[in-house]
Design a protein around this ligand. Structure first.
Ligand SMILES: [Zn+2]
Length: 477
């Protein structure tokens, strides 16, 4: 049997290095400006942690679905099965009696700590949603994270639930919501939306302090976010390296603020849309591989910001192929049902987005073949429920689209409440269906059926075909 090393040696003896074609590296690869820690990385190869599967035929070691979390300094991810590259797993948090999180999972966003129109109890028990996301920026501005801490942290502040929480770093909103924001090595300076003329500085240490006050199970490192549609290469390069440096500062701040290791800090992979060998995504991945031992899970950031779908899936694909199999992969800000089906095929485990709840406020229902606009005149005489076989309150009570149409028309707030519940029920059903399909080794069949249903009357977009092909799923079968 020939080992890989022997093959390499054979090749090199027959073929002098100068004759071998040099793999084409990204134009953004410049050894002169690489941080010292990355200077010895071989960027002619793809960055990878080394995989169990599915890039070989080997399957990950199975662990029991209900395997208890052993006391550890970070969360545990158990992968139960792979169907092509799609993963079904369970995340066990280290907080005593915390509820395990099945994956793939969608996390609804409770911007100011709660979702509009849904109580925590409804979320946990009626909608069976194990984890929600809170926005650090909004909570820091109002009511302030010190006040939340005084009342026993956010979980208690929300009303004694046993739900799991994830908070973002706050950086994204500072950049996206503020007219005036300025990023320096120290942190992000932005205009205080509640005190005209005043500026505030958010440093990586501040972000962690706020997130420690809030007390979420999973917290995010402050990253240097650049809009994915700008074309400033130097700015992307600066942001990529700064994201690595800021992660180190976040980790240090967390060590001081969370000595009992109750919180899990996720770094965010940045690097724009540059997926080429030696490109910025590869450089960022290499940087986090160097910091691997402390990382509880990884987020994929800098997407869902208006980039082309082709760029979008290629970045997701690259990150999933590189990142280690034994930790969660969280794709930030992604929540269209089609995106979930495609990105799960590529190997993503967690998602969050305001879309299902925000769109409910505009009267848009998520249904199996796309969306239904309840405010549209056509719904005035549509006597069907929103979606057959849906377990939400409105569909179970037999409330028709027509009834909801008139509730929206007359400004009845219960309509928004019912539709928010419906859309979240749809999302939880979607991730549950994906998980079952993966556990039963039939994710390709599931994804094909989903796409065919959604595009029954129009051509399937090229990016969907390409991304699924990359995941080994052909739509032709
Ligand atoms: Zn429903």
């Amino acid at each position: 049997m020939t080992t890989r090393t022997e093959q390499t040696d054979d090749n090199s003896s027959n073929d002098s290095p100068s004759k071998r074609p040099r793999p084409e590296l990204s134009p953004l690869y410049n050894p002169e400006v690489l941080p010292n820690e990355l200077k010895n990385v071989d960027f002619t190869q793809r960055i990878t942690w080394g995989k169990y599967a599915p890039y070989t035929e080997e399957v990950l070691p199975l662990k029991a679905l209900d395997a208890p979390a052993t006391p550890k300094h970070r969360l545990e991810m158990h992968i139960h099965n792979l169907s092509n590259r799609a993963r079904a797993g369970t995340i066990h948090l280290q907080r005593p009696s915390s509820r395990p999180i099945p994956t793939p999972m969608f996390m609804p966003v409770g911007t100011k700590g709660c979702l509009k129109g849904v109580t925590i109890d409804e979320l946990m028990h009626c909608l069976d949603c194990p984890i929600i996301l809170g926005n650090t920026y909004h909570l820091a501005i109002q009511p302030g994270t010190e006040l939340i801490r005084e009342q026993g942290q956010l979980r208690k502040f929300q009303g004694n639930g046993n739900h799991n929480l994830l908070t973002d770093s706050g950086g994204f909103q500072m950049v996206s919501l503020s007219k005036l924001s300025n990023i320096s090595e120290e942190g992000v300076t932005f205009e205080n939306p509640f005190a005209k003329g005043e500026t505030m500085l958010l440093k990586p240490e501040d972000s962690i302090r706020h997130q420690t006050n809030i007390g979420a199970d999973i917290i995010m490192a402050l990253d240097d976010v650049v809009s994915s549609v700008i074309a400033d290469h130097d700015r992307f390069r600066e942001a990529t390296y700064r994201t690595l440096r800021w992660y180190d500062r976040c980790l240090q701040a967390k060590a001081e603020g969370d000595p009992d290791h109750q919180q899990n800090l996720f770094p965010i992979v940045q690097g724009g849309l540059d997926t080429q060998l030696g490109g910025l995504r590869e450089q960022c991945l290499a940087g986090f591989r160097n910091r691997d031992q402390d990382v509880a899970g990884f987020a994929i950031g800098g997407l869902a910001g208006g980039e082309s779908k082709d760029d979008f899936w290629r970045v997701v694909n690259q990150c999933c192929k590189a990142l280690p199999d034994d930790r969660p992969r969280y794709l930030m800000g992604v929540g269209y049902p089609l995106d979930l089906v495609v990105c799960t095929a590529l190997g993503v485990d967690m998602y969050d987005c305001v879309y299902p709840t925000r769109t409910a406020r505009f009267g848009v229902a998520l249904i199996n073949d796309g969306t239904c606009k309840l405010k549209a005149q056509a719904c005035a005489t549509d006597f069907r429920v929103i979606q057959e076989n849906c377990k939400c309150q409105a569909c179970q009570l037999g409330i028709t689209r027509s009834r909801l149409h008139f509730m929206y028309k007359t400004g009845n707030p219960v309509a928004v409440q019912l539709l928010t519940q419906h859309n979240l029920t749809y999302m939880m059903q979607l991730v549950g269906d994906m998980r079952n399909a993966i556990l039963e080794n039939r994710y390709p069949t599931y994804a094909r059926a989903f796409v065919k249903n959604m595009f029954a009357e129009e051509a399937v977009p090229g990016w969907v075909v390409d991304a699924l092909n990359e995941a080994g799923i052909s739509l032709q079968e």
